[in-house]
Design a protein around this ligand. Structure first.
Ligand SMILES: [Fe+2]
Length: 374
């Protein structure tokens, strides 16, 4: 049985300046971020840190080409700590940089993963979205364009040393990013709760994450407007962190596995791709095995959403639709011919995630889920 642990220290700060002062940020530190995050908040602090702006190396989610180009640039720079300030892309890249020796390329890290990677730079992560929870996990997902697959690099050495939560960093998030990232965190909480690898402690973090997210969503939807969620920014950030702690232990499952081809082929943002698969995966689970933790989950959701226990999941789909309207896969450019290819690809490459399913799903069942979502 895998022991439950929270590896990075987790600290909340009122603002970036207080964190920078306490951490003594300076010339030996490398801040990996985006210019749109750096300019309004960090630049004026005159910290003297070295900087690297991810967008100069390409947009979207991390690819092997992007990370290799960053590694090439860093070869001539001398720095000790890495301070990653950003969303999922920045965090995933930073975890790879923290274990990469100066001569490494991304492929070398995948090759050495089985024997174990070692930490080269201490790593601090400051998340600026409320979704990935990736600041407390030791996995980085890179789209290996050269091989046509999104794959995780996992290593004990890829845990950050510090996760730093600063709710103010969320305030500049556009509504769409808030929506997809909080949906991602909600799905982390659900998938980790249902995972056969969950334990009482991870379940506690899953439940609390759900509580915070559902409360925040109900409040924001009730008030209306694109900025209403900001009043609950600290709760959404904490929820994302708690859900990260939960899935770091218990794992994500079929929803994430089936969302990956949507992201890598159609560039649908990660949280939204998860949303497109979520309800149909849950419905297939219920069809195969209605009791057990799926009933407990429905009861938790029913209580949070003020409906009968058996209607909890249905109420969740409705609330999620109010946060971000869900369209069928075909509206996102997915074609019917792709579905069997996706199903096969998921079974062949995502066993790490499928092993955490509430009930096992065959390739045929995975294809049915895709068809139902189509
Ligand atoms: Fe996710």
């Amino acid at each position: 049985m895998k022991p439950f642990r929270i590896v990075p220290s987790v600290t909340e700060y009122a603002d970036f300046a207080s964190y920078a002062k306490e951490a003594g940020l300076g010339g030996e530190d490398l801040i990996l971020t985006n210019e749109y995050i750096y300019d309004p908040v960090i630049a004026e602090l005159d910290l003297g840190c070295q900087t690297l702006f991810q967008e100069k190396f390409g947009g979207g989610e991390p690819t092997d080409g992007m990370v290799d180009a960053i590694l090439d640039t860093l070869r001539d720079m001398k720095y000790t700590r890495i301070i990653a300030v950003g969303g999922g892309t920045i965090i995933d890249i930073a975890k790879v940089l923290a274990v990469a020796a100066p001569e490494d390329k991304v492929d070398d890290l995948y090759d050495r993963m089985a024997e174990g990677l070692s930490k080269v730079h201490p790593l601090t992560i400051v998340p600026t979205t409320c979704g990935t929870g990736s600041e407390v996990t030791n996995i980085s997902i890179v789209n290996r364009v050269s091989r046509g697959v999104k794959q995780g690099i996992v290593s004990e050495a890829m845990f950050a040393d510090e996760a730093v939560l600063i709710p103010g960093m969320l305030m500049s998030l556009p509504y769409g990013v808030f929506a997809t990232s909080s949906i991602d965190a909600m799905i982390h909480a659900v998938e980790s709760y249902l995972s056969p690898n969950a334990c009482a402690l991870s379940e506690m973090f899953s439940r609390e994450a759900l509580h915070l997210i559902l409360q925040g969503w109900q409040r924001a939807v009730g008030e209306g407007g694109k900025d209403a969620w900001k009043a609950s920014a600290p709760e959404f950030l904490r929820a994302s962190n708690y859900a990260g702690i939960a899935f770091g232990h218990a794992g994500c499952a079929a929803v994430h596995a089936m969302a990956y081809p949507l992201g890598s082929v159609h560039h649908i943002p990660h949280g939204q791709a998860n949303q497109l698969m979520f309800a149909d995966v849950m419905k297939k689970y219920a069809e195969k095995q209605s009791g057990g933790k799926l009933s407990s989950l429905s009861a938790i959701l029913g209580k949070e959403l003020h409906v009968a226990e058996k209607d909890g999941l249905t109420a969740l789909y409705k609330l999620m639709d109010d946060v971000l309207k869900k369209d069928p896969l075909r509206e996102h450019g997915v074609t019917e011919e792709e579905l069997p290819v996706f199903a096969k690809n998921v079974v062949e490459t995502q066993q790490r995630l499928l092993g955490n399913n509430f009930v096992p799903l065959s390739e045929e069942e995975i294809l049915e889920i895709y068809k139902n979502a189509f």
